[in-house]
Design a protein around this ligand. Structure first.
Ligand code: ATP
Length: 383
């Protein structure tokens, strides 16, 4: 792509700070693009009654991909309280900006790599290299919710087991979405690793297979929805005999991730489980400051650090920008700039390994831009 148009979405809290840092690194890599700023986040909910104004949706439609900093989202009661009266009177309801973008642009793969860069003081264990494939458009985040169950639903057999006055969230799982997220995970398993920055110990994958895919579910309880998901992952697994395939209950998986993280390689799972497990995995490799993510569709993609707006540290210039920098690196790869993406990741790995610059979450005294500058310098030195 000659000179891509990138929707530049700083958002709330530390979002703007970490994107500024990512931009420094992108520029120092020699990457040329048009960055077009867009409005998104809590500020626009409070001012305009939506965190995702129509003009931002138009911006996304007219660009090649988006890079997002972070967006604050709060429970319903807080959202309504902060909404100006004129919108409240109209019955405006909060709908999360990121969730809407994922659904609107069919960004069905949420890809969340968690790598223990050697020398990171936050590493639970050296050598962790887990990639999570989280279904991104349905599951518990389908957006079908009621504060009170509609009366008509009680006409359905089985609903008598649900107490009256209950709030309800629908968990929708389709074969189509399950097949495509499973295919994305297995296809990834066949690809060579992007950069050997956190080589997997030889014991990590048993049985001689190069990669292992773990399908994470709760099909023993949520039989209908996770039954569909598991049937799909099994079907896709049959087409990839060279990849080891296993299944694990989500609670067992959470336990095993803490107990023996090196046994994991690629995890594929539904929306909510993927959200929770990826935060757990981030914690194994240094915390949210080390957790990048990509929301990928067939025609569009949005890249964002997995962390939120971190109001507790916003405005202080101390957020770790590595997650945003690595997300920008994933964007480069998606745009066909794999060499440049590898160089960015190697520069991050080298700065972490040297340990001369460390943000407070790593136990150091340095700020966001000091970290970004160190990565940019390494890039220029051609690590
Ligand atoms: P939100 O409501 O926007 O999701 P949150 O505070 O609930 O915000 P996160 O923003 O993910 O959730 O933050 C969780 C914790 O991780 C906070 O203590 C925050 O300071 C810390 N954290 C998140 N991102 C970073 C970062 N880039 N660098 C350092 N600490 C971070």
């Amino acid at each position: 792509m000659a000179r891509p148009d990138i929707a530049w979405l700083p958002g709330d809290g530390i979002g703007g700070e970490v994107l500024e840092a990512a931009r420094l690194v992108l520029d120092s890599s020699g990457f040329e693009a048009s960055y077009i700023p867009g409005d998104i986040g809590w500020e626009f909910w409070r001012k305009e009654g939506t965190p995702l104004p129509d003009r931002t949706i138009e911006l996304l439609r007219s660009t090649d991909c988006a890079l997002l900093g972070a967006v604050t989202s709060k429970p319903n009661a807080d959202a309504i309280r902060e909404l100006p009266e004129r919108f409240r009177a109209k019955g405006v309801r909060y709908s999360g900006a990121v969730l809407r973008i994922r659904r609107m642009f069919d960004l069905y793969t949420c890809l969340r790599p968690c790598r223990a860069y050697p020398g990171n003081p936050g590493n639970r264990t050296e050598g962790i290299d887990i990639t999570i494939f989280r279904e991104n458009t349905e599951g518990m985040y389908s957006g079908a919710e009621w504060d009170k169950i509609p009366q008509e639903l009680y006409n359905i057999r089985g609903m008598e087991r649900v107490p009256r006055q209950a709030a309800i969230t629908v968990r929708a799982v389709t074969r189509k979405a399950s097949i495509r997220i499973a295919k994305a995970a297995f296809a990834h398993a066949l690809e060579a690793p992007r950069a050997e920055v956190a080589p997997k110990p030889p014991t990590a994958v048993n049985g001689g297979a190069k990669h292992r895919v773990t399908a994470v579910h709760k099909a023993n309880i949520m039989r209908a929805t996770d039954g569909v998901f598991l049937a799909a992952t099994r079907e896709v697994a049959q087409g990839y005999p060279e990849v080891e395939y296993e299944e694990m209950l989500v609670d067992a998986c959470a336990m095993q991730l803490v107990r023996d993280p090196l046994r994991f390689d690629i995890i594929v799972t539904t929306n909510l489980f993927g959200d929770i497990l990826s935060d757990l995995c981030a914690q194994l490799v240094g915390g949210m400051g080390f957790a990048p993510s990509a929301n990928l569709g067939d025609d569009y993609a949005m890249f964002e650090p997995s962390h939120g707006s971190a109001p507790d540290i916003a405005g202080q210039g101390i957020a770790n920008p590595v997650a945003a920098v690595l997300s920008a690196g994933m964007m480069l790869e998606w745009l066909g700039e794999k060499d440049r993406a590898d160089r960015v990741e190697r520069a991050v790995a080298e700065v972490v390994r040297e340990g001369r610059v460390r943000t407070p979450d790593m136990g150091g005294p340095d700020g966001t831009m000091a970290m970004a500058t160190a990565i940019a310098v390494k890039l220029k030195q051609g690590t």
